[in-house]
Design a protein around this ligand. Structure first.
Ligand code: FMN
Length: 485
C-alpha cells in the first residue's frame, strides 16, 4: 500500500508525471483483484482497476462489509487519510464487489485526460476544441459480450450512505439517453433511489440536458428511454461530468478523449445502444407526468436534500457482465466533488481565456462555490475585471471568486489565503456584490450575493512581493535523506 498522497501543488504535479510515466509501461492486465474479466481488453474499468492495483494504488477490503452505512463509513475513513481508491470484495447481500473513490484524485483525473503538466483546464479546453461533431466515426457496433446475464436490481449492492438517507441509492450511475428529436447522446449523473426491482426515483436538476430531453418527451406524453451505466470506462465517466453544449454528442466526446472508438451493443428492451464494456446496465424509461416521493438524501454540500416529488424511472431490464464490478460513490466526498470541481473549473477557464489575457489556470474548491483564478498581471485592476468575467461564466457557482498571481498554489486554500493576507489591504481588495442569485436550487436565497477577493500583488510593486525560497528545495526527495526504519 502506498503512503497517503497529497493532492495539491508540487506534490500533485510530481504525481501526474509519475502516473504518465507509468502509463507508458506495460501493465499486468487481468484478474489480479479476483475479478473475472468478461471480454478481455474490452473490460475498460477492470483494466483500469487492475492497472491501479499493479501500481500499488488500490486499497482492498477482504472482510465482509454491511452495505448499510458500514461501507460508506469505511470509504470516509479511507478518504480521510488517502486519495487511493478502495475495493470491497465482499458486500453483504450481493455477489458483486464494489469499487469506490476511483475519481477522488486530481492526479488520476489529469492522467485520464492526458494533462501531463497538471493543468486539467488547459488540456480539457484543447480536447474540447479539437473534438469533431457527429457520432458514427467514434462508435462501433458489437454483439453483447459473452457471459452477459440478466439480473434483478436487488442483486446489485444496496448501499445506504448517510444516516437519514431514505434508502439505498445508485450514486455513480451514468445516465445515457438520446435527444428525442436529434438523437444526440447525453451522459449525466442523477442520484437514483432504489424502490423495488421495477422502480427507481430520480432527481433531475433543472439545468441538465436530460431534464430538457424528458420535458420534450413528456410534452408528447411519451416516456423517455434511458440506460444507467454502472461501472463505466473512465473516459465515459469523465465526459458525463462535463456540461458540453447541448448539441454535442457526449459519447463521441468520450471516444475522442480515449482516442479510439467505443464498442456499443444493443439494449434488450429499449431502442438504445450502450457501451459494451459497461459492468452493469439498467434499462428503462422515465415516465411522463408521474412524480413520486424521493429522499431525503445527503448531498454534496454536506446537508440533506429533503423528501420531494421527483421523477420515476421504470426498470425494464438489468444486465451484468460476468463477475460484474459495481461502482459506489459517496456524495459530498472527494470522489463526488473532485471531478465536478475540475469540470466546472474547465468551463470557467475556457470562458475566461476566450475574452481575457493573462489567465493561467482555474481551480474550484470542494463546496463547488469557491473559484480561484491564477493570472499573470499586465495592468492595474486586471484581477477584478477577470473576477467579474468569471461570475458571468457559470451562474450556478462562483459564490466567492479569488484571483491570485502565478506563484500561488490555487489548489491549496492556505496558500491562497496567505496571498490575500500578505499582499495588500483587506478593505480595498474585497468586493461584495449584493442581491445576485447563485446556486440554482436555493428557495431560501441562501446563496444570493457574490464575494470577489483580489489577492494579487499590488500592480507595479511585484518585486517587493517576490516569495522567499531555498535553492534546490523543489528537487529534494526526503527518502534520499531520512533513515529507513
Ligand atoms: C460523480 C458525480 C455525481 C453527480 N451526481 C449528481 C446528482 O446526483 N444529481 C445532480 O443533479 N447532479 C449530479 N452531478 C452533477 C451533474 O449532473 C453533472 O455534472 C451532469 O452530468 C452535467 O451534465 P449535462 O450538463 O449534460 O446535463 C454529479 C456530478 C458528478 C461528477
Amino acid at each position: 500500500m502506498g503512503p497517503p498522497r497529497q493532492v495539491s501543488g508540487r506534490a500533485a504535479l510530481h504525481a501526474v508525471h509519475a502516473l504518465v510515466r507509468e502509463l507508458r509501461r506495460p501493465h499486468r492486465a487481468g484478474a489480479m483483484l479476483g475479478i473475472r474479466s468478461g471480454a478481455g481488453s474490452e473490460a475498460e474499468l477492470r483494466e483500469y482497476v487492475a492497472r491501479l492495483e499493479a501500481r500499488g494504488e488500490m486499497r482492498v477490503v477482504e472482510r465482509e462489509v454491511d452495505p448499510r452505512h458500514e461501507l460508506a463509513a469505511v470509504i470516509k475513513a479511507s478518504q480521510a487519510e488517502s486519495d487511493l481508491p478502495i475495493l470491497f470484495r465482499k458486500v453483504r447481500g450481493s455477489a458483486m464487489p464494489v469499487v469506490s473513490n476511483l475519481y477522488g484524485s486530481r492526479a488520476r483525473l489529469c492522467e485520464m485526460i492526458g494533462a501531463a503538466d497538471g493543468n486539467f483546464c488547459a488540456r480539457w479546453r484543447a480536447l474540447v476544441q479539437g473534438m469533431k461533431p457527429g457520432t458514427p466515426d467514434f462508435l462501433t457496433s458489437v454483439p453483447a459480450p459473452p457471459g452477459l446475464r440478466a439480473v434483478r436490481l436487488s442483486e446489485l449492492p444496496q448501499i445506504t450512505y448517510a444516516e437519514h438517507d431514505a434508502g439505498p441509492y445508485f450514486t455513480a450511475a451514468v445516465f445515457l439517453a438520446r435527444e428525442p428529436e436529434t438523437g444526440v447522446a447525453n451522459l449525466s449523473f442523477h442520484r437514483s433511489m432504489v424502490v423495488s426491482d421495477e422502480e427507481l426515483r430520480i432527481r433531475l436538476g433543472t439545468t441538465h440536458d436530460l431534464t430538457r430531453y424528458q420535458r420534450k418527451a413528456e410534452a408528447q406524453n411519451r416516456a423517455l428511454p434511458a440506460a444507467l451505466l454502472i461501472g463505466t470506462a473512465p473516459e465515459i465517466f469523465v465526459a458525463a461530468a462535463a456540461s458540453l453544449p447541448y448539441e454535442t454528442d457526449e459519447l463521441s466526446a468520450a471516444a475522442q478523449i480515449r482516442g479510439r472508438p467505443i464498442a456499443m451493443r444493443p439494449c434488450e428492451t429499449i431502442d438504445l445502444m450502450v457501451p459494451a464494456d459497461t459492468e452493469i446496465v439498467v434499462e428503462g424509461e422515465i415516465l411522463p407526468n408521474v412524480r413520486r416521493p424521493e429522499g431525503p438524501f445527503a448531498e454534496f454540500k454536506g446537508y440533506y436534500a429533503p423528501r420531494g416529488e421527483q421523477h420515476v424511472f421504470q426498470v425494464k431490464h438489468v444486465s451484468a457482465r460476468e463477475g460484474a464490478l459495481f461502482h459506489g460513490l459517496q456524495c459530498g466526498s472527494p470522489e463526488d466533488t473532485r471531478l465536478l470541481q475540475e469540470a466546472i473549473a474547465a468551463r470557467i477557464y475556457s470562458h475566461l481565456v476566450a475574452q481575457a489575457a493573462g489567465v493561467i489556470d482555474v481551480a474550484v474548491h470542494a463546496t463547488l462555490l469557491c473559484t480561484v483564478i491564477k493570472i499573470r498581471q499586465s495592468y492595474a485592476g486586471q484581477a477584478r475585471a477577470i473576477a467579474m468575467a468569471a461570475i458571468g461564466s457559470h451562474l450556478d457557482y462562483n459564490k466567492a471568486v479569488i484571483v491570485v498571481d502565478e506563484d500561488v498554489d490555487i489548489h491549496d486554500l492556505h496558500d491562497v489565503w496567505w496571498a490575500f493576507l500578505t499582499r495588500g489591504r483587506a478593505d480595498t481588495r474585497t468586493m461584495v456584490i449584493a442581491d445576485v442569485p447563485g446556486f440554482y436550487r436555493d428557495p431560501e436565497r441562501d446563496h444570493w450575493g457574490r464575494l470577489v477577493i483580489d489577492a494579487t500583488k499590488p500592480f507595479g510593486r511585484e518585486a517587493e512581493f517576490a516569495r522567499s525560497r531555498i535553492p534546490g528545495e523543489e528537487k529534494i526527495d526526503l527518502a534520499d535523506y531520512l533513515v529507513k526504519r
